[in-house]
Design a binder for this molecule. Structure first.
Ligand code: BGC
Length: 384
C-alpha cells in the first residue's frame, strides 16, 4: 500500500525514489531491524550523488537523505497499528533544493536567529550570512541543511542508526573556526529516535545545532495540527521584537497564550491578539525549559494527536525549545502525499540554546573553544 502511494510520481527522480522505496520495503519486510539500506535518491546540479537511507527499529521507520541529513519520512503506527508518515517533506531532491522551509533538516551552525547576523567574540566582530530580513537564520544562506553529509551506517547491540559527518570550513557563512561535526541518528529497540550532536573547533566560535522535523501526528497531508494537544515544561519564554529576535527578557507564560504547562490544543489560543502572537504570526518562540541545561536528556514537551492516538515525547539536555506552528506554510509547496501544505499543517519542536545568545550575555552561552567538545542529545519517543 505504502509502495504504490510513493511510486505514483512523474519525472526522472521518481525512478530513484521508487528504487529507494523498494529497497526500504524489502528491509522492512525482512523484519525491520538490520543495517540501514542505501539507495541513490538523486544528483545535485554539479553531479554530486545524494543517497537515501532506510532504517527501521522498534516499530519506527525512517528515511534519511545525505543532503541536509534530512528526515524525508518518519513512519509510526497509530493505536490500531496503522502506519503514517508523520513528518512533512518532498518526494524529490529537486524540490528540496529548489525551496524548502527546512523540512526535516539538520540545522547548523546556529539554529534560530542571530540579530543582524553579527556578534563579537573575544574582541573580534564577525558578520554572518544574512538570510532572514536583517538577520541570520539557521546558519545562513547555505547552512548545514544544504550540505551533503558523509553517512556511516551502524547496527550495534539493539540499536541501528547513521553517523553523519560534516566539516565546516573556517569562515563558512561568516563563522570562525573549522567545525568538525558528527550527528548520530539512532533508532532504539523501543522505536525512539535519538539525536546526538557533537562538534569541535580549532578557533573560538558559537554553535547551536538542532533539527527541523515538521510534525503532524495524524500524517503529513492530513490537514492542520490545531487539534493536537501540546505540553511544554516551561514557565517562561523569550519574547521577541518584530524581527523575532529576543528582547533579552524571560517572560512568564502564566496568563498568556504561551502557557502550555498543562496540555492544551495547539489551536486554542493561536488567534489571541497578543502582541507576541502578531509578531510570530502564531507561535514561533523559544520556551525556557524549567529543567534548564541538564547533563542528561530530561522531559521537555509532549505532543498528542487525539484522533490517531499517536504521541511524541521529547527529552533533551538543551535549556530551550522553539515551538513553531508552521505559520509561514503558505500553500505554495506540494508535499510527499501530493497535497498542498498550508499554514498550521505541522509544527516544529526544536531543542536548542536560546536565539541570539551570542548577543545576549545573560543567556546560557553557545561559545565553543578549541579543546572542548560540544555535545547535546535529544530523544523523540513515540507511542499511542
Ligand atoms: C523559525 C521560523 C522560520 C522557520 C523556517 C523556524 O525554526 O522559528 O521563524 O520561519 O524555522 O521555516
Amino acid at each position: 500500500m505504502e509502495l504504490s502511494r510513493r511510486t505514483v510520481m512523474a519525472g526522472a527522480a521518481a525512478a530513484s525514489v521508487a528504487a529507494a522505496t523498494t529497497t526500504g520495503g524489502a528491509a522492512h519486510a525482512a523484519g525491520g531491524r538490520g543495517k540501514p539500506v542505501r539507495t541513490l535518491f538523486g544528483r545535485l546540479a554539479d553531479g554530486t550523488k545524494v543517497h537515501s537511507w532506510s532504517l527501521e527499529n522498534g516499530g519506527t521507520r525512517m528515511r534519511v537523505l545525505s543532503y541536509g541529513g534530512i528526515v524525508q519520512s518518519l513512519e509510526v503506527p497509530d493505536r490500531r497499528g496503522r502506519y503514517a508518515n508523520v513528518s512533512l517533506g518532498f518526494d524529490t531532491l529537486e524540490d528540496y533544493v529548489a525551496s524548502s522551509p527546512y523540512f526535516g533538516a539538520l540545522i547548523g551552525r546556529y539554529g534560530n536567529r542571530i540579530g543582524k547576523g553579527r556578534f563579537t567574540l573575544d574582541g573580534t566582530a564577525y558578520q554572518l550570512s544574512v538570510n532572514d530580513g536583517d538577520n541570520s537564520l539557521h546558519g545562513g544562506a547555505r547552512g548545514f541543511d544544504k550540505r551533503v553529509w558523509d553517512v556511516e551506517p551502524f547496527a550495534a547491540g539493539s540499536d541501528v542508526g547513521l553517523r553523519l559527518h560534516h566539516t565546516s570550513a573556517d569562515g563558512e557563512m561568516g563563522y570562525p573556526g573549522t567545525l568538525r561535526t558528527t550527528v548520530t541518528y539512532t533508532l532504539t529497540r523501543k522505536g525512539d529516535w535519538r539525536i546526538d550532536y557533537e562538534a569541535t573547533t580549532d578557533r573560538a566560535t558559537v554553535v547551536n545545532l538542532t533539527h527541523h522535523v515538521y510534525w503532524n501526528l495524524a500524517g503529513e497531508s492530513s490537514g492542520t495540527v490545531l487539534d493536537h494537544e501540546l505540553s511544554i515544561a516551561a514557565s517562561h519564554y523569550t519574547p521577541v521584537d518584530s524581527g523575532l529576535i529576543p528582547t533579552g527578557d524571560l517572560a512568564k507564560v502564566a496568563g498568556t497564550p504561551f502557557d502550555f504547562r498543562r496540555a492544551k490544543p495547539v489551536g486554542r489560543d493561536i488567534r489571541t491578539a497578543h502582541q507576541q502572537m502578531l509578531y510570530g504570526k502564531g507561535f514561533d518562540h523559544n520556551w525556557v525549559l524549567d529543567k534548564g541545561a541538564t547533563g542528561r536528556p530530561e522531559h521537555a514537551a509532549m505532543l498528542r494527536d487525539p484522533a490517531s492516538g499517536r504521541t511524541l515525547r521529547i527529552a533533551t539536555n538543551e535549556p530551550g525549545l522553539q515551538f513553531y506552528s508552521g505559520n509561514f506554510l503558505d500553500g505554495s509547496l506540494v508535499g510527499t502525499g501530493g497535497r498542498v501544505y498550508r499554514q498550521g499543517d505541522a509544527l516544529c519542536l526544536e531543542t536548542q540554546h536560546f536565539p541570539d545568545s551570542p548577543n545576549q550575555p545573560a543567556f546560557p552561552s553557545t561559545v565553543l573553544r578549541p579543546g572542548e567538545t560540544y555535545r547535546t542529545t535529544t530523544v523523540h519517543s513515540f507511542g499511542v
